[in-house]
Design a protein around this ligand. Sequence first.
Ligand code: BJW
Ligand code: ZN
Length: 247
Amino acid sequence: METLKKSLPDKLVGCLQCAQRVVVLTGAGISAESGLPTFRGDGGLWKKYKADDLASLDGFLQKPDVVWEWYEYRRSIYAHARPNPGHLALAEMGKFYADFTLITQNTDGLHLAAGSENILELHGSLHRNRCHLCGKLYPEQVVSNGQVPPRCGCGGMLRPDVVWFGEPLSPSILDGALRAASEAQVFFSVGTSALVQPAASLPLAAKKRRAVLVEINIEPTPLSPAADFFLEGKASEWLTLIKEVLQ
Ligand code: BJW
Ligand code: ZN
C-alpha cells in the first residue's frame, strides 16, 4: 500500500521562509500527544467534570477541598508527561525566527520543558500556587500541615496559580499577547477549540492586521473559516514538517 505523506502548500512554505515575526497560539490539543486530556470533545475533562465546579472561583469557595484535590490529581498525571515532537518542533521554530512569540493556553509547562523561550502562559501554570487572599506565590509542592487546601502565612487558602472562568487574565501577559498578535506576519493556532475568550480573539486580531492565519487541528473549529491554511491532522506531524522545511 502506498503511504501518502503530508506536504505543506508551496504558498505557505514561501510565507514561512520570508516571515520575520511569527506567533503561535497553542491549546490542549498539542499536549494530547503527551498523554494529557483535552478539555472538550471525547475524553475531555469537561465531559467528566463540571467546569463551573472545578474551574471557577465560586466552585473553589464552595468546595475548596474538592477543587484542591482535583488539581492535585491533575498534577499527579502531568508529573509524568514529557514534551512531544510538537512541543520540540516549536522550540526549534523559535530559534529560526528572530521575533517569535509562543502564546499558550496550557498550564502544563510542557513548552518550557521543551526549551521554548518567550512563552506567554495566558491561563497561568499548574506548577505554581497562589494565596487566594494576599496573592503570594508558592511552588507546586507545599507543606500542607494536614490542611486541605494548605494555608498561606496570612491564613488565606492556597489555590493553583491558574486562570479560572470569570477571572481576568494577567494584564501584562494579555497585553503582550495582543501586541504580538497585532504585529505578526504569520499566526498559527494549534490544537485549540478556539472557544475560550479572550484567547480565541487573538488569531482574529492578527488576521485583521493582515497576518497569514494558519490553523492546525485534527478537526475544524469556529476559527477554521477565517484560516488562510487549515492543516488537518496532528500537531506533532505538521509542526515537525514545518520545522524540517525551515532547517
Ligand atoms: C488536537 C489534537 C492533536 C486534539 N493535534 N489538535 C465573550 C467574550 C469574553 C469572555 C467571554 C465571552 N463569553 C464567555 C466569556 C467568558 C469565558 C469564556 O470564554 N467562556 C467560553 C467557554 C464561552 N472566558 C473567561 O472567563 C476568561 N476570563 C475572562 O474573560 O475574563 C474577563 C474579565 C475581565 C475583568 C474582570 C473579570 C473578568 C478566562 C478563561 C479561563 C479558562 N480556564 C481554563 C482552565 C485553566 C486551568 C486548568 O488548566 O485547569 O483554561 S478552561 C480550559 O479551556 C483551559 C484551556 O486553556 C481553555 C481552552 O481550551 P483548549 O486549549 O482550546 O482545549 P479544548 O479541549 O477546548 O480543545 C482542544 C483542541 O485540540 C480541539 O479542537 C481538538 O480537536 C484539538 N486536538 N488532539 C491537534 N493531536
Ligand atoms: Zn496570603
